[in-house]
Ligand binder design. Structure first.
Ligand code: NAP
Length: 302
């Protein structure tokens, strides 16, 4: 089979040797052509889809596919699969735990006290005193939920379809979950239904003085509403990894906002060593004439 690697987001010098070793019988290409069987993509160069016609599979090397779905040149009717990368899932859960623990143990406040040379103790709370609300219980949210449960937090989660995660309370009605939540963690795909969901209404429905952690996409957050909620004390802190405009310009006042801890979209990166077996497994399925796994639902938008 002919396999195209088309990505400005993932490094060919890392992926191509790994692919060559795992798929010795196949032809690997970096230049698009009409005879491609499988296209591996992550931010493909402009014009890629027009040049490849209709491959048997388009495999996204990333878990978020909203940019691909918004691309008018993406061939419709060709299966589009996501790479569910165990390394990335683990990295995301680490990031969720890091942010939740930073807030829960008041490290964000102690950093400010340290800068001021101020020895102040803040009362200790137990994990069981806090409820962590997860928006999205998919590959990322469900793993984070299990690890938060293991640490003793109360875990509430929201998804479109009902879920059953031992130790967590699962909701399909957001209005039921938010009032229980001290912390809201966004792990949703960006779709027409989830755009702008982290807004003033959501913050007002949470427990007062809580925290918001957005590790999904910048488009989920209404920034002005977040700043208002931080100013009014409705929220005590926010952890933001993703932004409408990336990279966030150095001049943006958000960098210096004391209520915000900011990271440069690093919550979870594709880890080629753990993603490769998933990619190869889907290529082998196509070779055998079987349906690929982890297909994107075009109707739902994720
Ligand atoms: P996923 O497996 O598709 O799970 C998405 C979850 O969101 C599912 O539980 C889904 O409900 C729920 N959902 C979607 N639309 C909803 C709606 N309208 N109402 C309620 N629940 C809804 O996705 P994933 O692999 O966990 O990834 C989630 C997102 O994380 C990606 O799309 C990407 O944007 C982001 N991400 C960010 C980084 C980073 O470094 N910052 C890294 C990787 C991924 P159902 O279970 O009912 O379908």
């Amino acid at each position: 089979m002919k396999i195209l690697f088309a990505s400005t987001g993932e490094k060919p010098e890392v992926w191509l040797p790994l692919l060559k070793e795992a798929l010795p019988r196949d032809e690997l290409a970096v230049v698009p052509s009409k005879d491609v069987d499988v296209a591996l993509v992550a931010l493909p160069p402009a014009g890629t889809f027009e040049k490849i016609g209709r491959p048997r599979l388009i495999q996204s090397l990333w878990m978020g596919v909203e940019k691909l779905l918004a691309d008018p040149t993406l061939p419709r009717g060709v299966p589009l699969a996501r790479t569910i990368d165990p390394g990335m899932v683990a990295a995301m859960s680490e990031m969720v735990l890091a942010c939740v623990l930073d807030w829960h143990r008041n490290l964000y406040r102690y950093r400010m006290h340290q800068r001021a040379g101020s020895w102040q103790r803040i009362g200790q709370r137990m994990a069981g005193d806090r409820t962590i609300g997860l928006l999205g219980l998919g590959e990322l949210g469900s793993d984070a939920a299990r690890k938060l449960v293991a640490l003793g937090f109360n875990v509430a989660g929201w998804s479109r379809r009902p879920k059953n995660i031992p130790g967590a309370e699962c909701f399909t009605d957001l209005a039921e979950m938010l009032p229980k939540s001290d912390v809201v963690v966004c792990l949703l795909p960006l779709t027409r239904d989830t755009q702008g969901l982290l807004d003033g209404k959501t913050f007002a429905a949470m427990k007062r003085g809580g925290c918001v952690i957005n590790l999904a996409r910048g488009g989920h957050l209404v920034l002005k509403d977040l700043l208002d909620a931080l100013d009014s004390g409705a929220l005590s802190h926010a952890y933001l990894d993703v932004f409408e405009r990336e990279p966030l310009p150095a001049s943006d006042p958000l960098w210096r906002h004391p209520g915000v801890t900011l990271t440069p979209h690093i919550a979870a990166l594709t880890e080629p060593r753990t993603a490769l077996p998933r990619v190869v497994a889907n290529i082998e399925r196509v070779r055998r004439g079987e349906a690929p796994r982890d297909l994107v639902d075009f109707e739902a938008g994720y």
